[in-house]
Design a protein around this ligand. Structure first.
Ligand code: PLP
Length: 393
């Protein structure tokens, strides 16, 4: 018998909401014009683009011209970081621009900074995080130098769900006149995105994390924040991102973002209840298990754990055989399985970090899904431990 799928990997991606698909469809076949064309088909597409920009701007509390449509969250992070760093170097002649990030950033941020450091000779400071993954604004205050050109701290961590004190961190950067970028890719569906309340100068979003299509994202750029385009060509997006716009994708992104606002508080409360039931159930039923990330200051849908004496990959395969989709912080890098850089930065020992599991809930999940996980996960962990020579038994 085919097992019912229980999808608990919403931090990886989400299904596109049928209402989003419906909004997008006419832009593939009826309103297919190129927004740069002067004829009426072009103008129709241009209008759709500007309507979508206004919708996003309303939710971010910014001006439509401050919204740049890009191809994904990764591009948004790259454009913000490299664009600002290059502008500081080539426009303001900062000789060796200094960037501050946390050690638990998504690779879209950390590897961009790594390249700036190793290839371009820029300086990067990694702030410490505590055991929950929180960055302390006092550490940021101490790290800022006269040649600091950008601070980039994730809004909510993609592995452990910890929500950073973005408004406090951004206030520190602002006091020193340093632009502040936040990767809000995981925050898009559930947290406050008002850029003035957050006090951020740059903010990245990706539609596929909030029931929109893959391959489309946003970079918010506060007016006056100097940034060089990373993709050159036509004058699209006010010369900040060349390339014919993905009109259906952008229409879908705006509709999906709009839908996140409908009943958000109620949906967050529902997810928090399911999340906390899942967390309590797992910790109660499985010995040598531990929650990762902050117990309260965490995304409403994120339940992440480490289990001693097991490998995350093994858990995922056995869960999958039960129809349950989860993820692990471990990433297969060549033949080796690397432990999560997020967990190790939070002080989780390497051998324990290998046994990580992230379950991220979404709109379609119910109590029955949580009950099913609580039924199948403990024997799966036990089965794996029984095979481990290290397990004390
Ligand atoms: N930043 C964070 C925090 C993410 O979780 C992700 C995706 O997993 C990205 C950036 C990259 O987004 P995209 O998949 O749209 O490139």
């Amino acid at each position: 018998m085919e097992k019912r799928t229980i999808y608990l990997d919403h931090a990886a991606t989400t299904a596109v909401d049928p209402r989003v698909v419906e909004a997008m469809l006419p832009y593939f076949t009826d309103y297919y014009g190129n927004p740069s064309s002067v004829h009426h088909k072009g103008r129709e597409a241009q209008q759709a683009l500007e309507d979508a920009r206004s919708t996003v701007a309303d939710i971010l509390g910014c001006k439509p011209r401050e919204v740049i449509f890009v191809s994904c969250g990764t591009e948004s992070d790259n454009l913000a970081i490299r664009g600002v760093a290059f502008a500081a170097h080539y426009r303001r002649h900062v000789e060796r621009p200094h960037i501050i990030i946390s050690p638990i950033e998504h690779h879209a941020v950390s590897r961009t900074c790594e390249q700036l450091e190793k290839v371009f000779g820029y300086e990067v400071t990694y702030l410490p995080v505590d055991e929950y993954g929180l960055v302390d604004p006092a550490d940021l205050e101490r790290a800022i130098q006269p040649h600091t050109v950008l601070v980039s701290i994730t809004y909510a961590n993609n592995e452990v769900g910890t929500i950073e004190p973005i408004a406090e961190l951004a206030a520190v950067a602002q006091a020193h006149d340093v632009p502040f970028h936040t990767d809000a890719v995981q925050a898009g569906g559930s947290l406050d995105l008002n850029v003035d309340r957050l006090g951020v100068d740059l903010l990245s979003l990706s539609a596929h994390k909030f029931y929109g299509p893959k391959g489309v994202g946003v970079l918010y750029q506060r007016r006056g924040t100097s940034m060089l385009p990373m993709q050159t060509g036509g004058a699209h997006e006010r010369n900040r991102r060349a390339g014919t716009e993905n009109v259906p994708g952008i229409v879908g992104l705006a509709r999906a973002l709009e839908l996140t606002q409908e009943g958000q508080a109620e949906e967050n409360a529902r997810l928090i209840r399911l999340r906390d039931k899942l967390i309590a159930g797992v910790l109660e039923r499985i010995p040598y298990s531990r929650l990762t990330g902050h117990p309260i200051q965490r995304l409403p849908n994120n339940a992440s754990f480490v289990f001693e004496f097991v490998e995350g990959e093994g858990i995922l395969l056995l869960l999958d055989s039960e129809g349950i989709c989860g993820s692990s912080g471990s990433a297969c890098a060549s033949a080796e399985i690397e432990p999560s850089h997020v967990l190790t930065a939070m002080g989780v020992p390497v051998e324990v970090a290998h046994g990580s599991l992230r379950l991220t809930l979404g709109r379609e999940n119910t109590d029955a899904d949580v009950d099913r996980v609580l039924e199948v996960l403990p024997p799966i962990i036990q089965r794996l431990r029984d095979m481990s020579p290290l397990y004390p038994a």
